[in-house]
Design a protein around this ligand. Sequence first.
Ligand code: SIN
Length: 291
Amino acid sequence: MNTVDSIEARPSGAALGAEIVGVDLAQPLDDAAFARIVELFHRHEVAYFRDQRITPEQHVAFSRRLGELEVHVRQDCLRPGFPELFVVSNIIENGRPIGSQDAGQFWHSDLCYLREPSRASVFYALEVPQKDGKALGDTMFASATAAYDALADDIKARIENLRVVQSYAKGYYSVRRSGPRKPLTAAQQAKTPDIEHPLVRTHPYTGRKCLFVNEGYSARIAGLPQNESESLLAYLLEHATRPEFIYRHNWRPQDLLLWDNCSTQHKAVADYELPLRRHMERATLKGGVPH
Ligand code: SIN
């Protein structure tokens, strides 16, 4: 049984990220313990638990307690029997990839191209590639609150009321390690039209301002001439992922990690390949319209 008093955060020392200790997610979690986890998660933006021996049912149940879950448009990447779990893996079984082979290998936040981008993701490590005793396939996280706070006042004033176009197609068709992807179907395109969102959004729980741009899906800044849009976007993209805003997670099997898709963006590090196997599964929480 987990008790609220046993739960504490060990901050990473970076701008974001903390290990949460004193929790066994395979055991019941009362409301006070759950509320403490949520509070620590909002404070640290990325929160992880080591050594969690949980089933897919428990992964989904814990995630669903945090909020309603998405089902990804890429049906071929969902775990059989668990449509709420999006598989990220380089493993091929019976001649077919078991999940998305190169998901997230650019800076992005999950589902930022939807009208209601995801609030957070819950990522579970089943297999982590190892070489010479070292785990590969890290994930890097950048704090969008730290990035916003560090902007100069004149840039903050300039971008305050601007909107950014987030484009699923831009990210989907970008250059991939596994080669070109199949064209999006008409149904997938209909679910993911380009969309405008505020360039600076307010976190729905903490009220902090977050810089809402990422290299993967941010296509342009709405209403600006092309050259102005390109130079402002390039500046903001470079700024948003400066080393001082980053926490880099070195995975261990049975890590369960929560990332906030409003106050952070992330990027998977592709420094491994078969026969080194990586198998992760992601539950993705629905979010609200950014404001
Ligand atoms: C993702 O962006 O969902 C994948 C991140 C990772 O594989 O590390």
